[in-house]
Design a protein around this ligand. Structure first.
Ligand SMILES: [Zn+2]
Length: 210
């Protein structure tokens, strides 16, 4: 056992129960049900498809919350394995992988951009170049504070702007997000990317609301 484990005993990425060894990432209970998860595929506007390996319910919800707000950056590598497998099961060819950025302000407060971390891992696993294609034009209220499809769409409308469009013009883009709830963020990103010349956009996330 490493000294560090005495102070930071390894815990299951999903249900947060203690693990026997620091070489494990999820517990035996979670590994049983994770294997049987079927990807959740959503049909959204502007996107060829949007898919996630996990349903956005407990214990996944709590896990993503720790990843986003609890400083659990290493979760990115675990999630990325599942997302990459989910993307490969869709059998779609992509030219590059990108992400919906958070505002600089939010990134500063949190210390990292979780979608960018995920994206970096997926870029490595799927051997696709990572490109920054979007930036935020303003700091909209958090999507998690708005509920209806309409209000979520309104909340993200015009929030993103394409950057370096010549680099992705005519290309097939894989957009990475953390959670697909109504899909309003993914739709808005796809709309901006298509308008700027992308050939097609699909979205993969850690989890999606069924
Ligand atoms: Zn577990």
């Amino acid at each position: 056992m490493r000294i560090l484990d005495l102070f930071f005993p390894p815990r299951c990425v999903l249900c947060h129960s203690f693990l026997k060894s620091s070489s494990e990432t999820i517990c035996s209970d979670c590994s049983k049900w994770v294997l049987h998860q079927k990807p959740i595929v959503k049909k959204l506007r502007y996107l060829d498809w949007a898919a996630a390996p996990l349903a956005y319910e407990e214990p996944v919800r709590g896990s993503i919350h720790r990843f986003k707000f609890g400083g659990r950056e290493p979760y990115a590598a675990v999630y990325a394995d599942w997302i990459a497998a989910c993307v490969q099961s869709r059998d779609t060819a992509f030219d590059l992988v990108t992400f919906a950025p958070v505002s600089c302000q939010r990134k500063r407060r949190r210390g990292y951009d979780q979608a960018e971390l995920l994206c970096r891992e997926i870029s490595r696993l799927l051997q696709l170049p990572l490109a920054r294609t979007l930036e935020k034009t303003r700091n909209n209220p958090k999507q998690s504070r708005t509920t209806s499809v309409q209000s979520r769409r309104a909340n993200v409308l015009g929030v993103y702007r394409a950057v370096d469009a010549s680099r992705f013009s005519g290309k097939s883009i894989l957009l990475i997000d953390d959670v697909i709830t109504t899909g309003a963020t993914a739709e808005e990103c796809a709309r901006v990317l298509l308008t700027a010349g992308a050939a097609s956009v699909s979205c993969a996330a850690i989890a999606a609301v069924k």
